[in-house]
Design a protein around this ligand. Structure first.
Ligand code: FPP
Length: 244
């Protein structure tokens, strides 16, 4: 009886959680280590976050792995990050697949290397039918750029006579974003104490709860994820409506 009661109190997890993984550099600096080691530990935190999301019943986990602004970092650091990504795609896809996880990538693919594009295509194809969790990596991703690209596509369709300006509405724009087949995020988490959205899922996060954690990304694990969910569940989501 008691078990049933406590069970009934557990709220359902958010359907879509998006994370701005921040603080790899500061984690390394605090230890006198090279930044690249911070990113390496960050990749291990990615594994923990994915495992936690799957065990918790979250359906979509979207991770900001490389922003369009990250291309401005020193060449060596960009190379290191791309190297980690390559390793992740080579080493983790089998395990993602075994665990029923679908992998997707959103962002500007034109700037990614040919070998990475090939690894992404293979991973997406292999895991396409999996349904336990959709893991989306935002790579070379920028929210404004995504909206501009969608707007350009709408303009092209109008110019070609396939659409009238009156048909442009929220649904029409949403349908031309990278995230076309995903629900909007319910919760956006940012680690490292910074309180910014940094061009991540700008359109999609219109009504998301934002949770900022002080933990640096390489230290992120089940405990920090739980803390973010607890905060999320405490909030009353009203989507702009009056409180009831
Ligand atoms: C922020 O740390 C993190 C990134 C630039 C990208 C996230 C990358 C990873 C977690 C590693 C690889 C990812 C995958 C999917 C394998 P920062 O360098 O901005 O930290 P700082 O603000 O403390 O300098």
């Amino acid at each position: 009886m008691e078990i049933a009661t406590s069970h009934a109190k557990v709220p359902p997890p958010p359907v879509h959680v998006a994370i701005i993984m921040d603080g790899n550099g500061r984690w390394a600096k605090a230890r006198g280590l090279p930044r690249t080691l911070g990113h390496k530990r960050g990749a291990e935190a990615v594994r923990r976050a994915v495992e936690f999301a799957r065990e918790t019943g979250i359906s979509y986990l979207t991770l900001y792995a490389f922003s369009s602004e990250n291309w401005k970092r020193p060449a060596g650091e960009v190379t290191d990050l791309m190297g980690l990504l390559r390793l992740y795609l080579r080493n983790e896809v089998a395990s993602l697949h075994k665990n029923g996880i679908r992998l997707k990538v959103i962002g500007d693919r034109t700037r990614l290397g040919a070998d990475i594009l090939e690894l992404i295509a293979e991973a997406e194809a292999k895991t396409a039918a999996n349904a336990a969790l959709t893991l989306t990596l935002a790579l070379s991703y920028g929210g404004r750029d995504e909206i501009v690209t969608a707007a350009r596509r709408l303009a092209e369709e109008v110019a070609a006579g396939r659409m009238s300006p009156e048909q442009i509405d929220e649904a029409a724009l949403t349908a031309r974003l990278f995230t076309v087949d995903m629900p909007d995020p319910d919760l956006v988490i940012r680690t490292s104490g910074e309180k910014r959205i940094s061009n991540f899922l700008l359109w999609q996060s219109a009504y998301a709860e934002l949770v900022f954690l002080d933990v640096l990304w390489p230290d992120f694990g089940a405990e920090a994820f739980e803390a973010a969910l607890t905060d999320f569940h405490r909030r009353e989501r009203r989507y702009g409506a009056a409180s009831g």
